[in-house]
Design a protein around this ligand. Sequence first.
Ligand code: HEM
Length: 263
Amino acid sequence: MTRFDFHARVQHGLLAVSLAVLILTGFPVKFAAQPWARAVVRLFGSFEGLLAVHLAAAAVLAFTALYYLSAVSLALARRRLDFSIVPRLRDFGDFGRHLGYLIGLRPDAPRFGKFTWWEKFEFWAVVWGTAVMGASGLVLVFPELAGRFVPRWAVGALRVAHSNEAVLAFLAVVFGHTFAVHFSPHVFPGSTVWLNGRATLSQLHEDHAMMYEVLVSRNAAPPRPMKESRWVRSRPLIVTELAAYGLLIAAVYVAVVPHLLGA
Ligand code: HEM
């Protein structure tokens, strides 16, 4: 079943590449005193080279945002815009019910529609994250000009926002998105939606049961329970992932938290 059309796949690819480059070229500025930061700067020849690549990736991100907005405007004009990504009250209930299921308080997971609560959360985090990084990035590029329109403290605040929102974006991608689309036992070793745009019927049955039922009612899918992925009950996978994520959390705590607290 198609979940990402061609344009969505291109937009996703551009977003992934630009975000990776922005993080790679932004973090050496934030953590300038670290030996690894100097090594990354050397990769780009000089600090100016690093910054030029950061700004080129920022231009790709801006292009991606415009590409997405044009596609949305076109769909709106053709009355084909699907509003299913907009959060509803039910998503908050789904979140609570899902947590209850994950900690064993409920026997069944909630049934989701086209987008789960975490997919909506991730989507809107990218929307506001891009707006914050874009606006604060422009203030960093044109500080004098920005100073004419906003007070000095606001310029300083936007600089801090740019720096810290970058860490939030990094953590959201490493812990949230990567888990949801690669390491979750439901999709392990990885969803291929970003490559071929298609979700398997069993993935649909697992995470988007309400959509699956619509397909069954239209006779477009087999009306029998799907076999769950063999990774869902794989103890070695679950133990390895818990250990790997535990180590990552410890590494982030040691590397980032003292820095954020200014220690
Ligand atoms: C998700 C997107 C982005 C990420 C993850 C990111 C990341 C970063 C980070 C970590 C820093 C270092 C901040 C510090 O001094 O502590 C930085 C600096 C900077 N960023 Fe970004 N950035 C992003 C988008 C942008 C955009 C869209 C622009 C331009 C419109 C931009 C322009 C700059 C500039 C000019 C600097 C200052 C470098 C300096 O201090 O000389 N960034 N970025």
